[in-house]
Design a protein around this ligand. Structure first.
Ligand SMILES: Cc1cc2nc3c(=O)[nH]c(=O)nc-3n(C[C@H](O)[C@H](O)[C@H](O)COP(=O)(O)O)c2cc1C
Length: 181
């Protein structure tokens, strides 16, 4: 049984990205895994680079939604990063979450995690995700983490606040959740 934290870097609850991860969560939950989801819709400030965390027992001095997430993060073995594609990259919310993890590092070493990447975009075609995937691959390797899969759902758009995402991506995400090891 895996303990999973899903971090959603979209401001749109029930938007495309949220809908995609919900399919994964359904599959994972049905298969007996324990899943907690956090929507980064409180204000996650950027890392100030003050270095206080490295001197005070790994506590970030910024008091915001991230304080609740540190505890959840420590408790899981699997981290799901989810984001809409914003200007060919991950959202600023998700990037701030990642930057703020610096607080828990010791000599640039991080607790081990398995990871997934779930993204949605307006454009069709894999090339749209190239920069985001390149960043994801690079940073998880640097942190010593292990990629367990990605779903890159292109061709999403939105009409009157409704999520529009192709059914086959939802099935892919559900299948990943079902077959999580
Ligand atoms: C600020 C902003 C930037 C975006 N940049 C891109 C982009 O570079 N490429 C793209 O294909 N779609 C882009 N999109 C579209 C979103 O990635 C897409 O609609 C996504 O599915 C929205 O997810 P959500 O419903 O979770 O918010 C952008 C949307 C916004 C609001």
């Amino acid at each position: 049984m895996k303990n999973i934290l899903v971090v959603v870097g979209s401001g749109n609850r029930n938007g495309n990205t949220d809908t995609l991860v919900e399919s994964f969560i359904k599959g994972a939950t049905e298969s007996g895994h324990h899943v907690k989801k956090v929507n980064l819709n409180g204000h996650i400030q950027g890392c100030r680079g003050c270095g206080a965390c490295q001197k005070n027992g790994h506590h970030c001095i910024i008091q915001d939604q991230m304080q609740d997430i540190y505890e959840l993060f420590e408790a899981v073995d699997t981290l799901v990063l989810a984001s809409p594609l914003y200007f060919w990259s991950i959202s600023a919310r998700l990037k701030s979450f990642i930057n703020r993890l610096y607080a828990i590092s010791t000599n640039d070493e991080y607790p081990q995690k398995d990871t997934f990447l779930f993204m949605t975009s307006g454009s069709k075609g894999f090339y749209a995700f190239e920069q985001a995937v390149s960043f994801y691959r690079f940073f998880i390797r640097a942190l010593g983490w292990h990629d367990k899969g990605m779903v890159l759902a292109g061709g999403c758009d939105k009409e009157e606040g409704n999520s529009i995402i192709d059914e086959h991506y939802l099935k892919e995400a559900y299948f990943m959740g079902c077959h999580l090891k």
